[in-house]
Each structure stands twice: as C-alpha cells, then as structure tokens.
Design a protein around this ligand. Sequence first.
Ligand SMILES: Cc1ncc(COP(=O)(O)O)c(C=O)c1O
Length: 382
Amino acid sequence: MIFDLDLDRVRNRPGIKWERHGNDVLSAWVADMDLEVPDFITSAVIERIKEGGLGYGFYDEPIPVLEAFKTRMSKAFDWSVATSDVLRVHDVIQGLEWVLETLTPQDSSIVVQTPVYPPFYSSVEGTGRNWVANPLRETEDGWELDFNHLEEVAARNDVSALLLCHPHNPCGFVMNKTDLAHVVDIANRNDLLIISDEIHCDLVYSPNTHVPTASISDVAAERTVTLIAATKTFNMAGLRMAFIHSSSTRYAPLLKEIRPRMLGGINGLGQVATVAGWEHGDQWIAELVEGLDHNRHFLSALLNEHLPQVRYRLPQATYLSWLDCRALELGDDPAEVFLSRGKVALNSGLDFGAEGAGFVRLNFATSPEMLTMLVERMASAI
Ligand SMILES: Cc1ncc(COP(=O)(O)O)c(C=O)c1O
C-alpha cells in the first residue's frame, strides 16, 4: 500500500512542508505528498551523480527529456506533440510569468476561475497585468464553470487571456471535453489566449479523465499555451523542471524569441528524474491514484464522524481538499484556529481569493493514520 508510511520519518523530513511549523504540528498544507519518491527516480538521480554527470548537458537534439515529454503525452493523453514546440523551464510558475510577459499586453486583464492557486493572482499582478475573477459555481452535482459570466468578462476590451487551472486547485474540478470546447469557443470568438496549467494532469479519479486543452481541436491548439511538469506526480517539486508547450502559429514563434539565457539553463537532475518518471512510472502512478482515491473517501468518512459541520465535496482530481468550515463559525480564517489550537497546518482559504473566506485546503496525500490524527486534532481544536 503506497501510503503505508513511516510517520516518524515523514515528520522529520527536510523541506518546507514539515520544517516550517516544526514536527509537533501535523502538516497538511503545501502541495508536497508525504510518500516516498519512487525508487526508479531516486536510482536514476543517484546513478547520474555516481557517474559524475553533473556537468553541462542536454543541449543537443535529441534532448532526452523532450523525447520523454512527447512519448508521455501521446501515451497518457493521446496528445501528439512535436519536441520543437516545447520549451524547458524551471517551474510552472516561471513558465506562467514568461507566457504572461511575452504573449499578453501590459495592463491587460487575465480571467481566472476562482477560488484558485494563489500564484495565479501574484503572477498576474507581478507581471503588471490585472486579474478578473470568473468564480466557479457549486451545484448539486459539483463544481462547474460559469459560462454566462465567462462570456461577459471575455468580451471586455481589456481582457487578453483565460488562465485555466486544469485540473483545478483547490476545488479538484476536472473540465471535460465539452467544457473545454466551450472555453475554446469563447476564447476564439473574443480573440483570447488560453493558458492551461495542467500540472495535476496525472492525478485524476475515474470516471473522470484528463483531456489536454490544446488536444481537443485545431482551434484549441492555435489558441492554447500549456504549462506542465512531472514534479507534482512524482513528489519532486524541489527538482525544478517544467515545460511550456505551444504549437500555435501565432504564439509559439513569440515564445521561441525568449532569450535562452533569460530562461536559464535547466537543472540536469530535474531532467534525469523527469525522464525516469515518464519512462518507468505508469504502474506507480496507477498505485498512487488508487491510494489517493482511497484517501479522498476516507477523509469524507473521518469528517462525517468528527467534524460533520465541515462541508467537503469529493475532488475529481488532485490530492487537495477544499473544506467549507463556515458552519463552525471560526471566522474568515479557520486555518489559523486549527494551527493555534489544534497544531494542524492547513492552507488558509483566504490565500485562494475572496471566495476562500471560511475555507481551508487540506492535503490528503498522506497515510490514513496521519489523516485520522489530522482530523481528530482539527475536531479537538473546536
Ligand atoms: C496549479 C498549480 N500550478 C503550479 C504549481 C507549482 O508548480 P511549480 O512548482 O512547478 O511552479 C502548483 C503547485 O502546487 C499548482 O497546484
């Protein structure tokens, strides 16, 4: 069982997740998982180091990590990409900032589906653009895009792009092909760029599937720039390696004009690890998703038992849960209360936008035992 973890080891693991608050606090905040990095990745990285291969590398075609990207996208998502349409970057958010700088006018506005991953706001603001919220709608059946509102904001003269979190962090919402076609149609009619952050693409629960935005039609491919990485899937965010993809005749040439030195040479070990993950990771990803699937249901049972006032909608993807704690009447920032009174570190919903008041984000990529302790501590805090 992939989430059968040595909890002492987890709680003493170096890195921001467990170091920030100290190990008497239970950490379920930042999007790192508590499980071990798979052996096929650590072996590949250690082998590289043992071979003394820490010099410059990977500049001449064929570049192994680009070949691995092409193979993985085809195999996992039936998405055919050309390696010449891919830029390597250090991380997804660096890629996002370059895309915003390069492809959208200064002072223009970018539509985000809120609540959303906090750097979407800070990167848009930091690059001198404005964000416009298109809040997700919660229905009986789950989250959905508000297409009427999207039509309205997309038609504004100041709007230059739609920024998608696909799958969605923190709501765990997955857009299907029909949703994507609707988004692409809106973008096309209003002449907008689509930026699709697909870093959580592997972590989707059946019967949902991940459909890359750019893959659904020629129009979608022409409109879309995709941001993606293997780092979330294999729990190796610290290795810093991500990709920008576009086959658009309009956008790809502009992206290729970004000076390589401004992107920086890419981390060799991150590339080795990414190749190893994509070459050997199919079975491990299947086990991971199975374990996470179990955890998302187990969390539901735990909350029903210990914190029935907390509203939790099973995510369709990701290992992140978006918990509505408003009925607990702990104010706008229940994460603060859970930390100070329960010694549990969660993400404050406020960081995800105005809709996050009274919400917390809990990372359930841990052992069932740890999840139980987390929820029990949360309950004891109130
Ligand atoms: C939607 C989304 N995009 C990007 C990132 C971060 O990616 P990176 O560390 O490669 O910038 C995360 C991390 O949790 C995320 O959830």
